[in-house]
Design a protein around this ligand. Structure first.
Ligand code: DGL
Length: 266
């Protein structure tokens, strides 16, 4: 690995790749380890107790195995619950992914915003507090989706996912109240930007879809520094790894390549 700091990016599945993609662009010199807790996917369906009991020790094992300089919890369902526990337990810096309610409400012209997340994320006290503190007079609709993360994984894996299935998950975000419509939708699950083209196409009217990944990458750069560029020209290139808790071997397909900035993870 040479002088390349290791950044550990963690999610329940492949949604965190949408965050990894921005981190790789922002710090092309860093080694990246992508860890997916696919054995426990989807996180949205687990109780808060089960998730804390699962994620806190698992992140400890990943820190021991990969000695990251920084850990990104690229999962809203986990971040809105376990970040404080992780920071109390481990000294490595953490960056979380939480619903981008503040920028969305600041940007909305109609003052109507929908937050599309897992059913776990929309239930969290953390999410409710973000609305209380940052809605700034906006009317915020929370939409908990049960199936969209799994549909995004299926689509990334090459399955033929029907428009109707995606439309059914996003429809509750689009409520027209006597001509007053949401104009901004927070993508509060890292899986959803995997489907962005289809979300835009299936939306009943145009809206801004807020993906927090670029802001997360900027936070990583603030904490780790700007880095030294893609390569030090001495044959010492940053690498990439993919780890699945199910133990399955990483099945690296062409569809995943863009998320790793062209690297092929070990
Ligand atoms: N990618 C995760 C998030 O950001 C959740 C998907 C799941 O339910 O596991 O919330």
């Amino acid at each position: 690995m040479g002088s390349h700091p290791n950044i550990l990016v963690f999610d329940s599945g492949l949604g965190g790749l949408t965050v990894l993609r921005e981190i790789v662009k922002a710090r092309p010199d860093a080694h990246v380890t992508y860890a997916a807790d696919d054995a426990f996917f989807p996180y949205g369906q687990h109780s808060e107790e089960a998730l804390v009991g699962r994620v806190v020790p698992l992140i400890g094992e990943l820190i021991d195995a990969h000695t990251p300089a920084l850990v990104v919890i690229a999962c809203n369902t986990a971040s809105t619950l376990v970040l404080s526990h992780l920071r109390a337990a481990y000294s490595v810096p953490f960056v979380g992914t939480v619903p981008a309610i503040k920028p969305a409400c600041a940007a909305s012209t109609t003052k109507r915003v929908s937050v599309l997340g897992t059913s776990g994320t929309v239930k969290r006290e953390y999410t409710r507090a973000l609305i209380r503190d940052f809605a700034g007079g906006c009317d915020v609709t929370l939409v908990g989706s049960v199936h969209l993360a799994a549909l995004a994984e299926a689509a990334l894996g090459g399955a033929d996912v029907a428009d109707e299935a995606i439309h059914a998950e996003i429809a509750p975000c689009f409520v027209d109240a006597d001509g007053s419509r949401p104009d901004t939708i927070v993508l509060a699950c890292t899986h959803y930007p995997l489907l962005l083209d289809r979300l835009m196409r299936l939306a009943p009217w145009p809206v801004d879809w807020i993906d927090p990944a670029p802001a997360i990458a900027r936070r990583v750069v603030t904490l780790l520094g700007p880095g030294s560029g893609p390569s030090d020209h001495q044959g010492d290139h940053p690498g990439a790894e993919m780890v699945f808790t199910s133990g399955r071997l990483p099945r690296f397909t062409a569809a995943l390549a863009p998320y790793f900035g062209g690297r092929v993870p070990a």
